[in-house]
Design a protein around this ligand. Sequence first.
Ligand SMILES: Cc1cc2nc3c(=O)[nH]c(=O)nc-3n(C[C@H](O)[C@H](O)[C@H](O)COP(=O)(O)O)c2cc1C
Length: 202
Amino acid sequence: MRMKLPEPKTTGVVSVEEALNKRRSTREYAEAGLNLFEVAQLLWSAYGITSSEGFRTAPSAMALYPLEFYLSATLVEGLPLGFYQYVPTSHELKKLGDESKREELYTASFEQTALAGAPAILIISGIYDRTKEKFGESGPDYVHMDLGHAAQNVHMQAVSLNLGTVVIAAFRRDDVKKALSLPEEETPLYMMPVGRLPGSAC
Ligand SMILES: Cc1cc2nc3c(=O)[nH]c(=O)nc-3n(C[C@H](O)[C@H](O)[C@H](O)COP(=O)(O)O)c2cc1C
């Protein structure tokens, strides 16, 4: 099942300087959930298409785009609980399962509590095969550089939406890969739990 996401907003009231100044890794979230517009905007900020040539919100070495984005949705208004893949070319979510797998992600992360309480978690995986031909043995470096750009975009977008997030890299990659049934060629690299800031209004 595929679901068209709300059109991304390309203007906002928080300046880049303000977002840079306010950005902080946030590991505790309010009980409240997110909504579909917010998760759509976060996904778009990571890898959304911004030009007719297919270029995106984040730079990518030789425009190879070696990253894939998944969403574990536990409490997102307008989105049934489940596990999804973001399809940047059509700005859609593809449903891959009826469980969010949050518990499995939490366990795989050595029980990092940020994951246990998050209404939504972005999972970013890399496909090293996509950079191998152009960059040879340096290919993995380029995947990781791309990852940093995309994750920082999500951080900035989260500030602009008054949401909290953190990049989590300390987890058992094989366990996450298995829990999410990721394709063989993919390696999960970051998990980004997202939630409302404690004490903030919806
Ligand atoms: C490559 C990388 C891996 C990280 N892994 C984790 C992690 O597994 N768990 C976590 O809570 N924070 C993780 N962080 C977030 C850092 O702890 C955080 O950025 C740092 O303490 C500085 O705080 P700030 O982001 O609020 O400025 C990671 C950050 C980076 C860049």
